[in-house]
Design a protein around this ligand. Structure first.
Ligand code: PSU
Ligand code: MN
Length: 309
């Protein structure tokens, strides 16, 4: 952090103390709270995520924008404000400065959360699923900034793969182009968010948080600039199998086209529409996978903090 970033990056007291003492910290993005899930489940999710991290002796650091500053580590009242979702701007790297300059409240996507977590000195971030290459990107050019940012912020990002609404083979190609190592946690099949399997295989499979921490240590020693993307499949009891999911995604994409939804509105629209047509089942899956990523992310953060050199 430099003097320039001091006023615009507001690190909470507990995160500051943890940074000083080399205690484990887990950053979390907040778009999934404000735009990815409905109220009040999103609030319950965020509060459970924070208590799961704390229960594992890890300091949670939700990243969000308030009062013209990027906050690393927010309190319950701010979580509630995000969850109620009134006029919360979806904030990626591209529009962060604008959101700050207009003093609007903002929820950070993976791209912005990863960038600012890294700037603050945090090594691990948890999310649900990263953004990626959208279906039809060959004509729309819609590729999430998450991919670009993952090539620039050297931290570990724990996800359940990429959202099922995306083109997963193209997303994996784009990640390779961005030099992002993709690690399957106990799997060699890239997960598809709601489903444990996308049918696309990945070359790197690791079995423990310690192994992931060691890989990250080497990655940093080599001064790599990219993130390491950990793909952690949703627990079996909560998954919606791919063949079933394919129909829901198809239907949601049709509705999206019908309503002329474009750009950054696409992801929240599809996620919320899928919650409706699955009668809330996809929401249960989303919460489960995101909490599971918080658990694994906390363990990786702990393993990193005990490693020396
Ligand atoms: N994962 C979820 N729900 C979400 C998202 C991820 O479970 O809402 C968000 C993340 O913040 C991710 C963003 O960075 O969607 C990507 O949006 P876009 O496709 O517009 O780049
Ligand atoms: Mn997009």
């Amino acid at each position: 952090m430099t003097n320039n970033t001091k006023e615009t990056l507001c690190v909470s007291a507990d995160v500051k103390t943890a940074l000083k003492r080399n205690r484990p910290i887990l950053a979390m993005e907040s778009t999934l709270i404000a735009h990815g899930m409905p109220y009040p489940e999103n609030k319950e999710f965020a509060l459970s995520a924070m208590s799961i991290a704390r229960g594992l002796n890890v300091v949670p650091a939700v990243v969000a924008v308030f009062d013209g500053a990027v906050h690393i580590g927010i309190q319950e009242d701010q979580i509630v404000r995000l969850a109620k979702g009134k006029n919360i701007v979806k904030t990626s790297v591209q529009n962060t400065s604008y959101v700050l300059s207009t003093k609007q409240p903002g929820a950070t996507t993976v791209s912005a959360a990863a960038r600012f977590a890294h700037l603050a000195g945090i090594h691990v971030l948890a999310t649900g699923g990263i953004g990626g290459v959208h279906r039809g990107a060959e004509t729309t050019f819609d590729i999430s900034q998450d991919i670009t940012e993952l090539s620039k912020s050297p931290i570990v990002i724990v996800s359940s793969g990429a959202k099922a609404i995306l083109d997963i083979p193209k997303t994996l190609e784009a990640l390779e182009t961005a030099s992002v190592p993709v690690v399957g946690y106990r799997t060699s099949d890239f997960p598809a968010f709601y489903s444990r399997s996308s049918g696309c295989s990945i070359q790197t499979q690791l079995e423990s948080s310690e192994e992931i921490a060691s890989l990250f240590r080497l990655h940093r020693k080599l001064e790599m600039s990219s993130s390491i993307l950990v793909a952690n499949p949703v627990q079996k009891r909560d998954e919606i199998p791919k063949r079933e999911m394919d129909d829901y995604v198809e239907e949601a994409l049709k509705e999206c086209n019908k309503n002329n939804i474009t750009g950054k509105e696409i992801t929240p629209f599809l996620l919320n529409y899928i919650v409706e047509i699955t009668g809330g089942r996809s929401l249960k899956t989303n919460v489960s996978l995101a909490l599971n990523n918080v658990r694994l992310g906390s363990k990786i953060a702990s393993a990193i903090s005990v490693q020396k050199g």
